[in-house]
Ligand binder design. Structure first.
Ligand code: OMP
Length: 308
């Protein structure tokens, strides 16, 4: 799957991911009203509204981008109905030939991680049959339980030729509270980065590993260091747009080959219609606003990479 991600980035010239993190207050009234008319103001109505909203955005951007990243919490808050919308979204994106990064941030003791890995990336055995549960292409994984929490994901990735992105240095303001703590004089995120590089050696594609990392756009200096520590890991870079990250902050996340990083924006794309910059599109043309925001993001990152 890392090969597919790379070839799609090369084809689109767009090292970006659209984050599908729907909230009801981003969803235009016309979609909500239609869903509520059919299913009432219920969890099912909310799930339907999310699905219709996602579908329209995907239809307007899929040809510009290599990948999407649905964030499962945004769906889980609506219970089973939300998870149905999550699964419909995953399947629809795959139909559109997009790489799907399930942002599930899992990780537990080995036996429990194995179940998460099977549920999101692998196949579960039922009697004589095997079934894929959510069936994303990549999943985000929390490494803070150590190697035995990661290994089951790697095993499934090898079997299924899928991949993971391991949280190394997150984009949020408090990320330094633990991740920057010095251990033998070195920040914890560097140590985690070294482990990502070592885990990645076990499952290499041609040039890049199936084991990638997450490093926030909001920490460009740390990104530069981590790029060197994990030369063969693809870095998923969230924090662009709504969290303040800009194209010029991102250049050091990329390798000289122009690959090695993929930048996510969620609210900045899917809720573009709410920003002043894209207000001219209005609520009804929300998906056109998303397309314009994707084009602007591609141009911003492309410009920054050309000028580095
Ligand atoms: O793993 C992630 O994707 C992630 C890691 C991180 O350090 N920071 C971060 O913002 N994310 C996710 O990236 C998305 C960012 O959303 P926006 O700030 O709206 O672009 C959300 O889905 C976050 O959960």
């Amino acid at each position: 799957m890392i090969q597919k991600l790379i070839s799609k980035i090369e084809k689109t010239h767009a090292p970006i991911v659209v984050g599908l993190d729907p909230m009801l207050n981003y969803i235009p009234k016309q979609i909500q009203e239609k869903a509520f008319k059919e299913y009432g103001e219920t969890l099912k109505g909310a799930g339907e509204a999310i699905w219709q909203y996602n579908k329209e955005i995907i239809d307007h951007v899929y040809d510009l981008i290599p990948a999407v990243k649905p964030q499962i919490a945004m769906y889980e808050q609506f219970g089973i109905e939300g998870l149905i919308a999550f699964k419909k979204t995953v399947d629809y994106c795959k139909e559109k030939d997009l790489v799907v990064i399930g942002d599930v941030k899992r990780g537990d003791i080995g036996s429990t991680s194995a179940a998460y890995a099977v549920g999101h990336l692998g196949k579960v055995q039922v009697g004589s049959q095997k079934f894929a549960g959510f069936d994303e292409d990549f999943a985000t994984v929390n490494p803070y339980l150590g190697t035995d929490g990661i290994k089951p994901f790697i095993d499934v990735c090898k079997e299924e030729k899928k991949g993971i992105f391991v949280l190394v240095k997150t984009s949020n303001p408090s990320s330094g509270e633990f991740q920057d703590r010095l251990i033998d004089g070195r920040p914890l995120y560097e140590i985690v980065g070294e482990h990502v590089a070592a885990w990645g050696e076990e499952c290499m594609g041609d040039k890049y590993s199936y084991v990638g990392a997450v490093v926030g756009a909001t920490y460009p200096e740390q990104g530069k260091i981590l790029r060197k520590i994990m030369p063969k890991a693809f870095i998923l870079v969230p924090g662009y747009g709504a969290q303040g990250g800009k194209g010029k902050d991102l250049v050091h996340f990329f390798n000289e080959d122009g690959l090695g990083a993929i930048v996510n924006s969620s609210r900045g794309i899917i809720a573009a219609w709410k920003q002043e910059k894209y207000a001219k599109y209005g609520e009804a043309a929300f998906a056109e606003a998303s397309r314009a925001a994707v084009e602007d993001m591609i141009a911003d990152i492309d410009g920054a990479l050309k000028n580095r």
